[in-house]
Design a protein around this ligand. Structure first.
Ligand SMILES: [Zn+2]
Length: 149
């Protein structure tokens, strides 16, 4: 259904995903602003590059899984389409736990081709990790911050 809209950030086996530095900064600022609640965003870009994001309102304030209400989700996808970019991943924060996928994260993830980012805010420094769904579980993957203007 979303074939043209959904990117394939891990399409090339050895690709290292890039996250635009300006997007990383915004995500961190917005996630810290959302504390003590969880923050989530839909990530946009092309190929293995993340260049933008859309903050999403959580359907519930669960601390161990995130869910989006359908109208906001479809609205976000429409604006991704309108902007001519692709939906390449999702990010959510873990305000009080390490940036490791919870059981609910694992069972609630339905888009295995996309990149799954978790921003841990429990430590003294923010800890952003990237995961790929592979063979029925999340595997941590490397990424690079990119300076894009
Ligand atoms: Zn989580």
């Amino acid at each position: 259904m979303y074939d043209d809209l959904m990117g394939h950030p891990f399409a090339s086996r050895n690709a290292v995903l890039s996250l635009a530095r300006h997007t990383a900064k915004r995500l961190l600022a917005e996630a810290q602003e959302a504390l003590p609640y969880e923050y989530s965003a839909l990530l946009t870009g092309r190929g293995s590059m993340v260049t933008g994001h859309l903050p999403m309102r959580s359907a519930g304030h669960g601390r161990h899984a995130f869910s989006w209400d359908a109208p906001s989700f479809f609205q976000a996808l429409a604006s991704v389409r309108k902007a001519g970019v692709q939906w390449v991943g999702v990010l959510h924060s873990h305000p009080t736990t390490p940036p490791v996928p919870s059981e609910a994260d694992q069972s609630g993830w339905h888009y295995p081709q996309l990149a799954y980012w978790i921003l841990g805010l429990a430590g003294s420094l923010p800890d952003l990790r990237l995961y790929q769904w592979s063979d029925g579980r999340f595997v941590e993957r490397p990424y690079a911050l990119a300076d894009i203007t």
